[in-house]
Design a binder for this molecule. Structure first.
Ligand code: HQG
Length: 184
């Protein structure tokens, strides 16, 4: 499978497994899992035929490890990024002292006022390092990197989870925990 097709399939799987399983008549369970057999069947019915080998390639070679199979290899889910009402079941985990968030300049004024909000997703997504945050922010133009005082949030009782691909998740980051670029 060439890279272009792999990336196309990966984007479509993100859409289906995070947001719109109904696009291909798929059902996710309460934790976001889809049966692999059912996924392949529904993809084929809806004109996106894919075989098991190619699905495994998409999962294994995905740059951000967006998808995971269960231990038996019979189910698959997106590791984060959902907008649907599902419960991923991650265990609260102690974050490192600092985390980062990459965003776009046009959001900065609102973020200064309101802090980081989860917007359409289940959680605010935070990166473990500046490079990753830069890539996340750069999806929307030149990236602005905010530093999150995760140590203070932890002390104040905020809960963090880490997704299977290393993305940190929390409910909200109030503005007092954020350092803006000119202050970092
Ligand atoms: C911004 C991708 C105004 C926030 C990435 C972001 C990540 C606010 C946007 C994952 C705000 C939401 C998540 C506020 C936050 N006012 N704007 N109060 N609070 N925002 O896509 O973090 O490729 O939902 O800064 O790599 O950009 O899909 O979140 O710009 O890991 O696997 O509102 O998605 O991963 O955008 O990205 P998103 P995100 P995948």
């Amino acid at each position: 499978m060439d890279d272009a097709r792999r990336i196309r399939v990966s984007r479509f799987l993100s859409l289906v497994l995070r947001h719109r399983p109904d696009k291909i008549g798929l059902k996710l369970d309460a934790a976001g899992w889809a049966g692999v057999e059912e996924l392949l069947r529904q993809l084929a019915i809806h004109g996106h035929a894919l075989d098991r080998d190619n699905l495994e390639q998409v999962v294994a070679r995905c740059d951000k490890q967006r998808f995971v199979f269960d231990r038996e290899g019979t189910h698959i889910r997106a590791v984060q990024g959902h907008s649907r009402d599902i419960e991923l079941g991650y265990t609260p985990t102690e974050p490192p002292d600092e985390l980062y968030h990459g965003t776009a300049e046009r959001f900065v004024a609102a973020i200064r006022r309101e802090g980081l909000r989860k917007m359409q997703r289940h959680h605010v997504h935070l990166s473990p390092d500046r490079d990753t945050a830069t890539r996340v922010g750069a999806r929307r133009g030149p990236a602005v990197i905010l530093r999150v005082d995760a140590a203070a949030m932890r002390r104040d009782g905020h809960t963090f989870f880490v997704a299977d691909n290393g993305v940190w998740l929390t409910d909200a980051v109030p503005p007092q925990y954020l350092a803006f670029p000119c202050e970092t």
